[in-house]
Design a protein around this ligand. Sequence first.
Ligand code: HEC
Ligand code: HEC
Ligand code: HEC
Ligand code: HEC
Length: 433
Amino acid sequence: MARFVVAAVLVFAVPSWVRAHPAHAEEVNYPLVTGFNRFHAEEDAPEYLAKGGELLLNELNCTGCHEPPEPLRARFSGVAGPRLSGVGSRFGDESVLQILLRNPRMLKRSTSMPSLFAGPDRDEEELAALYAYLVSLRQPPGEPLLLGNIDRGRELYHSIGCIACHAPDTEYFPPALPKDATVEAPAMASQPVRIALFWTTDYLTRFLLDPVKYHPSGRMPAHGLTEIEAADLAAYLQSSPMREEPDPALLQESADPALAARGRELFASKGCANCHDTGDGPMPLRKARPLLELRPENRGCLQDEPLAGAVPYYYLSPLQRTAITLALQGLALAETSVTLDEWLTRMDCYGCHSLEGRGGPELAREPYFGAISPYALDREEFLPPALEGVFERRTDAELREVFTGNAERRYPKAGARMIRLPDKLIEEFLRMR
Ligand code: HEC
Ligand code: HEC
Ligand code: HEC
Ligand code: HEC
């Protein structure tokens, strides 16, 4: 534990080439929901800010505990956290799991996982039991994977579209740019890559090959990578001096079965199971006040300091609290379906595509798609296509091929790769035709 805290402080004292690495990019100080940051601001009219609040209610999985009424269920289906089956073999450093349990923000400041143990009545025995339970969730190692190459990973990371959502290495120079150009840093917050620094390389490679298998929300999309590409990306993302190689002895450590069984009960009663699947059988979910009965004035999870009783603490920003409060006040009248614009915002398709002038890559990120200058006549050919009229120019069958990676490329100059979606999300998209 102490070792990790020291390491975290050191991040700010390391040479600039280390800070340039995307794993050390600056983070916002509240849970980052890209679509909220991009499309909402203090100046919003209250009705519009309330829409931002609805986005947060879904993306922060508030509705995983505060159940929506039947008519609102499709609109607030929520966002599951990572699958935790095998999580005991995922980190080779005890302190990382300990921190994730106590206060995940110490690892990733802008995480959307709330802390259930930030309150004044934090119970060390409960934490020890939960830790034992997580350690007990082991998986036998799979077939060994290829080892990647850092330089090839760095090129891939900056050219296939990761930069639409994640931070560039500030010392990377996009090859499309003229030699005398200056590279501008993106102004919009990026999704940090932090926790992956502490995963085993094997797990990170598997995650990149099929992120939705491990993070079922699909907010981190698949890119149709080959095994060697995933290995290269993993090698690059973990090439930070902050990373410590996992301790093989710890990966062998076994948990006290009685303590782990107590931890499993707590995993359900504290509400971890409302967000995480652990793959070891059904668990009762934590019950909280239904969505339509929430009184924002009672604060609860909207509180600006942690409460006792394992009430989740999200470290929301004041603007996020205002937006959620407005959303809760108007929920009885909320739409029941999700519009195309809302869906593209939730999935952050807007990181790459625009629709009716909304979204598309931020100007400072365009060079990573191959665009040379905002004034070049062919600039748009380098960007993923705008989605206006897509339902007219493409049949459902064609769109399925696009989303499963089986379609021929129609925009060969576009520097990024189209992502892959699982069937469930493809069908959600097609329903908006
Ligand atoms: C892990 C489960 C869980 C999640 C996730 C969760 N809450 Fe809560 N929330 C609770 C519990 C438990 C309480 C305490 C009162 C109760 O039992 O409803 C509570 C209380 C509240 C209250 C006060 C309720 C009242 O009227 O007394 C509000 C408002 C609230 N939560 C909003 C939210 C919002 C907004 C989010 C998402 C950012 C969220 N909650 C996510 C479990 C959860
Ligand atoms: C459309 C936006 C988007 C694109 C494109 C994208 N990601 Fe992500 N990524 C996310 C989001 C959102 C998260 C956090 C939620 C989650 O993990 O499910 C994430 C999480 C991650 C994580 C784990 C986060 C952590 O704390 O360590 C890694 C590693 C990662 N992405 C790598 C990549 C790589 C490599 C690429 C390119 C092949 C890529 N991502 C492309 C949106 C994106
Ligand atoms: C409101 C939903 C929510 C609740 C409640 C919640 N988590 Fe999480 N958890 C997440 C999200 C989202 C992430 C991904 C964090 C990120 O990448 O920033 C996560 C990440 C994790 C991870 C890291 C997984 C990995 O592969 O890196 C562990 C371990 C974990 N949670 C354990 C727990 C435990 C134990 C509890 C209960 C004490 C809990 N979580 C409660 C949403 C939740
Ligand atoms: C990392 C960037 C990236 C992200 C994120 C992304 N796309 Fe794409 N998308 C592309 C590229 C590049 C193409 C063009 C592929 C080609 O050459 O045909 C494309 C093509 C498409 C097409 C076919 C358009 C046409 O006119 O043929 C559709 C539809 C589409 N994307 C929808 C989506 C949706 C919906 C999402 C979010 C779930 C999404 N995309 C996320 C990069 C991206």
